[in-house]
Design a protein around this ligand. Structure first.
Ligand SMILES: Cc1cc2nc3c(=O)[nH]c(=O)nc-3n(C[C@H](O)[C@H](O)[C@H](O)COP(=O)(O)OP(=O)(O)OC[C@H]3O[C@@H](n4cnc5c(N)ncnc54)[C@H](O)[C@@H]3O)c2cc1C
Length: 437
């Protein structure tokens, strides 16, 4: 039986009932073995099972026990690495094809929710990304140009349009994406798992993959109490992959971020946030939030490489909310929880075949809900003989993220990013002051 319950969260409190899946005991055979029961592993297993492949998935804890069951729930195109940087590095054509692959991921998620007949999993449509600094007169032109270059459908909103929806002086212009939406991620993961089983796939919880050996033209994946012999193995364990593949596990950096859900707020919330879509800001370590359950605020934010839970997490999150919406000063936090994202140093996912029959689908950072589906689609196509989608990701290797030393270095980088957010805002406040006097 699977170990433990889900960690306490609003998602766990509102989740669907799901069976405990048995541990893998003894040796079994499959076409494909998947390590990790988060969205990367679940989408991969489902897409392959849809193609008639015999799939076995092993998960150390429970389905979507990691980031996939605890995140902000935003589904949208793009990647954790900024599009402008991708264009500089790869050129326009390649960046456009990468963006298109992320749009494929969005569609896979949308179509799966439709196919499951679960409209309640889809909790709202559209997204606003608001700037905390004035972006100047050319913001609209720059935004439209970037959208055109990428083949994207996002569009600029002025400061007045933004503040009409979000009653805070913190925000200036924003980017409106009509193609994004937001979901109940844990229930979506549980629905994916049920669908894999309907398609004949086998899921094992409480089962850690511990070692991997070549056996002729197949792989032997050893687990805590058993083993799988398979032609292909897909490693989708993100930042907690562990000893099953030491090099790949070191190539993904664990970065913590936090989510809180308030108690029910009443009409004050609707007065402050007149928008049922998702919201985030443009900072490197920004806030992301949405209204759930009618009048609760689900608020995510902060990043750190310290993966332990801070003792005063609820107060920290409440302070973050009130700093943007001072009119909500009386709110109370009902749930707060941490989650671990997996980042590669280049901030792009690691997707592809690293040895014959050994695949990776990992390192989705803070942009994983659609991108895991995009990655799974690329890996599935690769396993079935078309490597072109996986090749899109080949410039982003599985370089070393550095273990404890790399983590300290990454923490310094994050502090620098947060400092530059702070300087941007300070400069903005000084400019505003100058205009007033
Ligand atoms: C708090 C938070 C908020 C976020 N908000 C958003 C958001 O709003 N939108 C968005 O797009 N992204 C968001 N993200 C990122 C997104 O959740 C992740 O990118 C995505 O869920 C990653 O999926 P995954 O399957 O790669 O990893 P995970 O969900 O972490 O799954 C990996 C699984 O593999 C298992 N595993 C690892 N190693 C082994 C092993 N050796 N044997 C067996 N099992 C193993 C783990 O137990 C785990 O369950 C957020 C992340 C967090 C933490």
């Amino acid at each position: 039986m699977a170990e433990g319950a889900y960690p306490a969260s609003w998602y766990a409190a509102t989740r669907d009932a799901a069976p405990d899946r048995p541990q893998l005991a003894g040796q079994t055979e499959a076409d494909i073995a998947v390590v990790g029961g988060g969205f990367a592993g679940l989408h991969t297993a489902r897409l392959l099972a849809q193609q008639g492949q015999r799939v076995v998935l092993v998960e150390r804890h429970r389905i979507a026990w990691g980031a996939s069951g605890r995140n902000g729930g935003f589904v949208g195109p793009g990647y954790a690495a900024r599009s402008g940087l991708l264009i500089d590095k790869l050129g326009l054509d390649h960046s456009r094809r990468l963006y298109a692959q992320s749009q494929v991921g969005v569609e896979i998620v949308r179509q799966a929710i439709e196919a499951f007949g679960r409209p309640d999993i889809l909790m709202g449509s559209r997204k606003l990304v608001a700037s905390r600094t004035d972006q100047g007169a050319d913001f609209a032109d720059r935004t439209r140009r970037l959208a055109e270059q990428l083949g994207a459908r996002f569009e600029p909103w002025s400061t007045a349009e933004t503040r009409e929806k979000l009653d805070t002086a913190r925000y200036f212009q924003s980017i409106h994406d009509p193609t994004s939406f937001h979901i109940h991620p844990l229930n979506f993961a549980l629905a994916l798992a049920a669908d894999i089983e309907r398609l004949g796939g086998r899921l094992h919880e409480g089962t850690e993959a511990t070692a991997l050996d070549r056996k002729g033209d197949r792989w032997l994946l050893r687990t805590s109490q058993g083993a799988v012999i398979a032609r292909h193995v897909v490693l989708a364990g993100s930042a907690t992959l562990g000893q099953v593949h030491g090099r790949l596990s070191r190539a993904v950096l664990p970065v913590a971020t936090y989510v809180a859900v308030t108690e029910k707020i009443g009409p004050d919330l609707g007065a402050a946030i007149r928008w049922s879509g998702a919201i985030s800001d443009t900072r490197r370590a920004g806030d992301y939030y949405r209204v759930v359950d009618g009048d609760r605020l689900l608020w995510g934010g902060r990043i750190t490489t310290d993966t332990s839970e801070p003792p005063r997490l609820r107060e920290m999150m409440r302070g973050d909310i009130v700093s943007v919406y001072p009119q909500l000063r009386d709110i109370r936090i009902a749930y707060a929880w941490p989650g671990i994202m997996g980042y590669a140093p280049h901030k792009m996912p690691q997707i592809g075949e690293i040895e014959p029959g050994l695949w990776i689908c990992s390192a989705f950072g803070g942009h994983g809900l659609a991108q895991t589906a995009a990655g799974a689609d690329a890996v599935t196509a690769g396993i079935l003989g078309d490597p072109s989608k996986a090749r899109l990701f080949s410039p982003f290797g599985t370089d070393w993220a550095g273990g404890p030393i790399g983590r300290a270095a990454a923490q310094l980088v994050y502090w620098q990013l947060q400092a530059s957010d702070w300087w941007d805002e300070k400069r903005e406040a000084r400019n505003a002051e100058r205009l007033r006097t």
